[in-house]
Every structure is written in structure tokens, then in C-alpha cells.
Design a protein around this ligand. Sequence first.
Ligand code: SF4
Length: 467
Amino acid sequence: MKSLQKIDIVARDLSDEVQKSTYLSSKAKTEKRMAILQKDFPEANRLREIAGEIKQHTLEHLDQYLAQAEASLKANGAHVHFANDAESANATILKIMQENGAKRMVKSKSMVTEEIHLLPYLEKHGMEVVETDLGEFIIQIDDDHPSHIVTPIIHKNRKDIAKSFEREGLGDYNDDPETITRRARAFLRQKYLDADVGLTGGNFVSAESGRVSLVTNEGNARFSVAANRIHIAVVGIEKIIPKDRDFSLFLNLIARSATGQQLTVYNQFINGPRSPGQPHGPEQMHVVFLDNRRTEVLASECREILRCIRCGACLNVCPIFRQAGGHAYRSVYPGPVGAVLSPLLAGNRFPELADLPKASSLCGACNEVCPVNIPIPDLLLRLRDKAKREKATDAMKGTPSLGLWATLCSQPAMWKTALSMGHTMNYIPTELIPHPSARAWQHNRKLPKFQGGEFRKWFRNRPPSSK
Ligand code: SF4
């Protein structure tokens, strides 16, 4: 249907099974998060505000904090690289591997490496790369894409996974989750031992000490780093925090917001390669700080989005994400954070993703759960305005004209008549709705039965004492 936006089309075509899996998993995580925050922190909102202020302060002084982080890392013996874009980051990582005669890499989950398409790039240049996060490993063998920041296979169920394992020769069909996990572990264990390079992201980097914090629930980042001679960490420049003491606030918030845990199971703090007296650990550590249009976002009217710590809470709570799933956002970052960040990171491809900021009812739930207090609904409105100013046609598709609505709202008599006739909507077949956009809109949504007018009736007939 021509008047539908791309996100509507993907949402419409989503299978019931995928939609149900996304909905139930997101809902469960939101409930768990709420329960644990209320139990542990009576003033959880104040914590969110403080975390947001710390991140905003760091962003306002990013040049200083980046220079400080670079100096700290170098003092610890690490190599620091700055990459302006995806091509430069990928080339830097390839060069490190080639210069060290490395052929095999194990990597832990990292959204920035998805953003720069590192895996296909390295494979194209003859490197073997294995994802070690279970969800990302399944994505890799299925040649699929993550649909959630924290739970990348939220769109799959265990039957799908069992079939993939059988196809890849990882055992007979067995959809028992424990068996699946055990098989993946056995396969990956040898890969850790055979690899030359361990690649990770970085959840936070302390400017004060250069410490890179890695947060996982599977321990795979630790294995990827510990068993290899070279550790490469790829980190977005917005991941800096000023001091080591800030770790405690952010680690408390990220675990509760992402998965409803008090603390994520494995927390690593790595500030350099192994020192001369240490028997184990990587001989080299490289930190690649990635810009990839983040400085443009920093200069934009939506800079607050760079506070994001990628917890995924706004996805889980979002009614649109729950219905449409992550792939509908057609970019690495789905959900409310993706609806803001992806069009901004797209640069001059902004019009292609300009429909995403419209994928929101502006209910504000994303802002309420965000551990760094990002005003996502405000940012969505600013981007809608930008799309209009730049005449992004994708964003304009499916927008019903508000002319009729404006006329009704400004004429009380017409408004009352329209309300009294509203119930007739219950009997008009979708095909007979006169406006094409309204028809297309109605075609893809199940509206509740129209029951308008009751309030006015009650108001008119209320007893005299309450008038
Ligand atoms: S925008 Fe906020 S809630 Fe959403 S992923 Fe980022 S930090 Fe989490």
C-alpha cells in the first residue's frame, strides 16, 4: 500500500509467533526492572537524574575527557586509535591483525561493531571471526540481524535455534535450552583457545584511569580477552565517564535497566595489556574510539541521545517496539533510542530513516524508564520537525490531513454533531472510508469499538448538587 510507511509494512507482515515472542519477553523485562528498582532504590528517579547529569556534563566537555582517557590508556601501556568513520575503524582493526600475523578473532557482543559492519569486512579480508555471545552466535550462523540491543534474538524461539544447530552440525535436533547452551559452549571453547585476537566493545571508559568496563552475563568477554595475545576494544566516543567512582552508579543502573538484575554477572575492568610481572593476559591492548557522526550528533539539537548506555529499557517498554519488533526499524539501533539515533547517524541518508521518529505514540514511557533520563519524546518531535523542514517524503507518507480535524475542533457545534455520529464508524466497512490515508491506516489496525459521547451525556445529566 503506497501510503504506508516502511515501518508499518514490516510491522504488518510480522508473523504472530515473532510478535508474541517480542511482546512477552519485552513485557517480562519491564516488570522485572520496575520491581527491582522499587525494591532497592526508593528514589530511583533521582539516580536517573544524576546519571543523566554526569553523562551530559561529560558530553559538554568531551574533547577534554577524551584527551584525558587517551593519556590514561597510553600511560597504562595501551595503544589508542581514533576512527572518524566505519571504514577507518575497520581498516585500523584489520591493520592491527595483519601486522601481528593474526588470522582468527573471537569477539564479544558489541553494538558499535554491528554499526560499522566489522564482521563481513574482516571475513572479506580472509579473517575468521566468531561471535561468542550466544545470541550473536545464533545470529551469525543464521546470517540474520539482531532485533534488540540486549537480547539480539528476541525474535527467535528455541525451536528455530534447535533447527539452526542441527543444520550447522552442532548435534541432532534438540530444543532443550540447556542442551543448546552446552553445545554452543563446547563449540566456542576451542575457538577461544585457537584465536589470536579478542575483540570487545566497552560499556564505559573512565577518563581518570583509562579503565574500560565490560558487562556481560555469559563471561564471554572475559574469555575473549584473557586467552588471547591481543585485545582490541572498539568504543563509541560517547562512552567516556569522568571518574572511576562513577562506575558504581552506572553499573547499578545498567544491570537493573537492561535485565532487572542487581548487578550483571560478569564485570571486567581492563586498563591495559598485561604488565611485565603478570603471567597471563594480552600482550597488546588497542582501544579504537569511534566517531562515525557522533560529533555531528553532539552539535545537533538532539545531543542528549548520546547519553545512552544501551540498556534496552526503552525498547522493552515501547508499545510500538512490542508490536513491530526490532527489524522494523531497519537499522542497528531499534526501538525509541533507534528512532532518534539511527536517522541522526545516517547523515545525508536521513530522509531514508525519517519515518522512524513517527513510530511513536509519544506516551513518554521511554523517558520514564531511561536510566540516564533522555527526553526521548522531545527528541522525536524535534526530528519530526527536521523531517518536515527537509521535506523527507518517507516521513510524510501515511500522514492523514489534519485540515478536517482542525475545522471540527474549532467549531463546537460541528464537533458535537460529529461526536454524536461517531458510533456510525462501527458500521462503515474499511473499504468505504473516503480518505485514502485514513483507509490505509484503518486497514492495518484493529480499533476498539467506538463508544464516544458518554462523558457529555453524563455531564449534562449529573445531579444538581455536583453542578
Ligand atoms: S535511550 Fe535510555 S532507555 Fe533507551 S537504551 Fe539508551 S539508556 Fe537505555
